[in-house]
Design a protein around this ligand. Sequence first.
Ligand code: PLP
Length: 375
Amino acid sequence: MIYLDNAATTSVCPECREAVCSALQNCFGNPSSLYDLGLEASRLLERSRETVARAVGCGAGELFFTGCGTESNNIAVLGLARARKAWARRVVTTGYEHPSVGETVRALEDEGFETVFVKPRKDGTVDIDELLAAVDDRTALVAAMSVNNETGAVIDLPRLAGLVKEKNRRCAVHCDNVQGFLKHKTPLGDIDSMSISAHKVHGPKGIGALYLRKNLNIKTPYHGGGQEKGYRSGTENVPYAAGFAAAVESWGDMGSGIAAASAACKRLRERVAGLCGAVINSPVSASPYILNISLPGYKSETVMHFLEMRGIYVSSGSACSHGSSSRTLAAMGVSAAHADSALRISFTNPARESDADALADALEAAIKELVHIRV
Ligand code: PLP
């Protein structure tokens, strides 16, 4: 099997599996309980928090476990905007966010916020100056993703955050770093909050984390038992937190990860460029972990299943939306014909050039063998 859909999810690594199973078996206590079983669970939770926080680049006291990246984004976007409601009226984001940011920002319109969605350019990149121009002295929040999940387009969030703060110190900056975590350096600097998710880095599905800068003004949407310092009430998932930490520890070196992904992605770009009629939708400056291509005339789903029959897994559009048409490509103004034939290929660490070659060979075969059902 050649699995190249790591932006959708990753396999659970052995270290994670072991940590989760061990915690499920040996550490079932509620971390809030005051007897030894609770203390043991609490200690494992805090050790896991320290590991994940170190990888994010924050203190353990600024890192909160959540149920997933989606929940982290909801807490941040709703919580930061609502906390500034007394003086603010605007929220700024991009036109190609994951729905957990995009739809959450949209929902704030019902609460009286005015929203600005800055569209990506034709090449898939977002203009930082355009985002910045939308920030005024009554802007509560700028929320944007560091790495786009469909094309790999990158926004320099640390730089954006610095520029936003120069313009409006009270405006919060949220970074959806679900696709960038462990793959790219994202120094926190002026960033106020950051979302990450375990299942994109060989951890379990169903656990994420949220960085919240110390003393940040945020009004969590949750009410409950006050766990995670009240930001995310609900009994903590200690086994998955331990699994998340184990996955983070076994991810490997960031630099060699990027080098391997760059080599594999370069190889794939070269091979795709040689395929008859193929188009690359990812910007040249995109993360090497994600490449989006179109084979005009060949429906994404048909090619995806052709590859599946050969043991190669890629995504037709964004897996988060059940393969429905791509929000990002639509925002870029890509034609419907190109969007309907789009495939997303996404690597993990370590990426392999041989996988890129095997995929390119299979795409060559698809172009020949499926020519009779070309639309
Ligand atoms: N943000 C981005 C950029 C994503 O790619 C995803 C998932 O694909 C999410 C948020 C949501 O993460 P989760 O699946 O953990 O809810």
